[in-house]
Write a protein that binds this ligand. Structure first.
Ligand SMILES: [Zn+2]
Length: 754
């Protein structure tokens, strides 16, 4: 029974005290630490006790440490004699092992019985643990004065450095403290502490651990002054890790400490400028693409002493309005689902969908724009129309599948405005989503044209066990569509959101996108290379908007400063196995039809073969001089010339022709071909050159005059313009209530035939 009791006599774990949460970088350098819940700076058990400290502690406390079994009879005998002579306890004769047991059993009185228990348990500890482990227990749990426990915390608090870098004088200072922790307090104690330290240094010379010169130099070193603050260079990640089940642990993160410090500096440099415009918060996240590991995590700016600016909030995990930052996901999914080619013209015309009228940032219309240009320029109207054709429901589903966790409402709740920032997203999710796409593209090449089904995953801040790839032939976004999306995002100079032409350069090619939320509350910038994805957010934590708070002006400069400190790398390898070279109509960007001319040979994603061919080239019939359109009613068929003509629908044409000088409108119909019966439409009211009156309503406001038009083709749409400005569309019944100002006006009506 005694043996059984002896075997189980030690509690596990030996030390149950709460510990500080400690965050380290991937080289195991301290990034930040949080005080333990009991108010002590007590770091978790250290495995690496510095050799200098070991030498000092053995010299000072227990010279026979490596030869005894936990107790030292000779030391006890010597101590007893000393104590009897002095008639009081001046020495305990305790070994380091016994002191570990004593520290673990804190709160026990110093009785004879307790001493016996300590002796027995010390031998038990020696049986169960190596000498090195016992030294770790000692170094991690010894008191060093005040609320400082353990060598790690002591080294940082008193010397501002990690324990491995301690000098002999510093190690000796710390070695004498556990025995008399109060000596660390300034005042008279300093002299006693200095004497103790220097005596130990002398002993180290006798024990041949240091030479005389080292000893003399060490004695010149001052004692520690005011305690240092524990480093806090990744404090938001520390607090996040503590909340995510890592409280009280030593967390070896994936952070690159050097990069973390540089990103901290970049954020603070920009913060000092931004706060001039009352913008107080910003955050940045740097991810390694292939592993998904977080390399830098700066959760907010530092507004010390100004709690109203909420520096403690980790904005990386805060849901914010996404502005335009999700547009590339729509583009990539439409490519992948065979609904779009990057070069295709998409309409950019006044648009009203169920009472919702999106506007471009600069309030102008291009008529028609290639989809990739619309993406690069972040045009809102093409994005909304593209989403309408793709489907909100499907888009929300894809966003969730890509890694967006904040879409808690139904697709209907968000509506089409989701593409312009109608939903909230976290920088954490969004940066991770872009990284997953880049990873899929990289792996497509390294896995010889296969996809790893686990490649879409959130970022990690602690190292994950490497999983074997589970290869599949398909992905819900194919590699070619991802590649073409990134290519569209690459331009380094672009007029974005009317902030003027901004030129950013980087040592490597970067795909990037900015975003600005409604009311200038959030500025976003995301940058992608094959190695890194960088996400930046700028704004106010309390949501206050500021004029000039646009992504391109506030977040993009931070983004490119961060890329300037990252290693430049190569660009993505084009995934040719997922691509096909096809003839594209140069004018429409659609797959070329038989009558398209000129054409381009272009690599498109394979699924793009499902897109329709050019619908804007039409075969028209001209007279011999090619100045008039004719038809068989007025011209001999043998005299006609059949010509292919690029014709945009009227509303698109109206705006397109003003921005594209090369656009040639259809030649007019020759007068004799325009018989009375063939005339397409007629204005019923008002008649040419007539005077109209706009009624005044009962409440005094201006009413509307009803304009009316008849059209030969009952189903056609008519596009209405007053003085060249588009005012609306009618279908079937061509009536429109208008309120023109006083004066002379021109009404222009265009039907689907142009
Ligand atoms: Zn064409």
């Amino acid at each position: 029974m005694l043996i059984v009791w002896y075997y189980f006599s030690l509690p596990t774990p030996l030390f149950a005290s709460e510990t500080s949460t400690v965050l380290e970088d991937k080289q195991q350098k301290l990034l930040a630490a949080k005080i333990a819940d009991d108010g002590q700076w007590r770091f978790p058990l250290t495995q690496e006790v510095p050799q200098k400290f070991i030498d000092c502690i053995i010299q000072f406390e227990d010279r026979g440490y490596y030869s005894h079994w936990g107790i030292s009879p000779s030391a006890i005998a010597r101590a007893s004699i000393q104590n009897i002579k002095a008639k009081r306890t001046i020495s305990g004769g305790s070994t380091i092992t016994m002191q570990v047991i004593r520290m673990a059993r804190k709160g026990q009185g110093r009785t004879f019985i307790e001493k016996i228990i300590e002796l027995v348990l010390a031998t038990r500890l020696e049986f169960g643990a190596s000498k090195k482990e016992i030294l770790s227990l000692y170094a991690s749990n010894a008191p060093f004065g005040g609320n400082v426990v353990g060598i790690d915390a002591a080294s940082w608090r008193y010397f501002g450095r990690e324990p491995a870098t301690l000098s002999w004088a510093e190690a000796a200072t710390l070695a004498v403290l556990p025995n008399a922790p109060s000596l660390i307090y300034p005042g008279k104690n300093q002299e006693r502490l200095l004497k103790k330290r220097n005596r130990l240094l002398d002993q180290l010379v006798s024990a041949k651990k240091i030479d005389k010169e080292t000893c003399e130099l060490s004695k010149q070193e001052p004692l520690p002054g005011k305690p240092h603050a524990i480093p806090q260079i990744a404090s938001h990640l520390l607090h996040r890790a503590a909340q995510e089940k890592h409280s009280g642990q030593r967390i070896i993160s994936t952070i690159d400490g050097h990069l973390q410090e540089r990103v901290n500096t970049i954020i603070e440099n920009h913060h000092s400028i931004l706060k001039g415009n009352e913008i107080h918060n910003a955050c940045a996240l740097v991810l390694d693409v292939n592993s998904g590991e977080v390399l830098a995590y700066v959760g907010n700016t530092n507004n010390q002493g100004k709690p109203e600016y909420e520096s403690d909030v980790d904005v990386i995990t805060a849901p914010r309005s996404t502005g335009s930052i999700l547009k590339p996901f729509l583009f990539a999914n439409m490519l992948s689902d065979g609904e779009l080619l990057a070069s295709m013209l998409v309409p950019d015309i006044p648009t009203q969908i169920a009472g919702y009228a999106p506007q471009n940032y600069n309030q102008t219309f291009d008529g028609a724009v290639p989809a990739k240009r619309a993406l690069a320029r972040s045009l809102n109207i093409p994005a909304v129309r593209m989403l309408q054709s793709y489907g909100i429901e499907k888009f929300c589903y894809k966003l969730k599948k890509t890694g967006m966790t904040t879409l808690t409402f139904s697709a209907d709740h968000y509506g089409l405005s989701i593409i312009l920032g109608g939903a909230e997203g976290k920088l954490w999710d969004i940066t991770g989503m872009y990284a997953s796409m880049a990873r899929t593209l990289n792996h497509y090449t390294s896995y010889n044209g296969k996809y790893d089904k686990n490649d879409f995953h959130p970022p990690y801040y602690t190292a994950q066990q490497k999983k074997n790839p589970e290869l599949e032939n398909e992905s819900f976004i194919d590699a070619a569509s991802i590649y073409l999306t990134f290519e569209a995002m690459v331009e380094v100079a672009r007029p974005d959101e009317d902030a003027g032409w901004k030129k950013y350069t980087s040592a490597s090619k970067v795909a990037w996108k900015t975003g600005t939320s409604f009311g200038y509350r959030d500025g976003w910038a995301i940058g992608i290379t094959p190695n890194y994805v960088v996400g930046v957010w700028v704004g106010n934590a309390d949501g206050e908007g500021r004029p000039g708070l646009v992504g391109i002006e506030t977040a993009a400069p931070i983004l490119f400063d961060i890329f300037s400190v990252l290693k430049p790398g190569k660009w993505f390898t084009p995934p040719y196995d997922e691509m096909e070279k096809v003839e594209i109509c140069k004018q429409s960007g659609y797959r070329a039809s038989d009558i398209c001319e000129p054409n381009d040979s272009v690599w498109i994603q394979k699924s793009g073969l499902r897109t329709e061919s050019c619908k804007y080239h039409r075969l028209i019939h001209l007279d011999a001089n090619e100045t008039y359109r004719v038809n068989s009613n007025c011209e001999d068929v043998t005299k006609m010339k059949h010509v292919s003509w690029f014709v945009l629908p009227p509303a698109m044409e109206w705006y397109y022709k003003s921005k594209n000088a090369t656009y040639k409108e259809l030649p007019p119909l020759r007068a004799d071909c325009e018989t009375e019966g063939l005339r397409g439409m007629e204005i019923i009211y008002p008649k040419q050159f007539s005077k109209i009156y706009v009624p005044v309503e009962i409440d005094g406001s201006m009413g509307k005059t009803i304009f009316q038009v008849a059209h030969r083709n009952a189903n056609t749409s008519i596009y209405w313009h007053i003085d060249g400005v588009f005012v609306g569309t009618t279908q079937n019944i061509h009536q429109m209530g208008l309120t023109p100002d006083e004066g002379i006006h021109t009404l222009t009506l265009v039907d689907e035939e142009g």
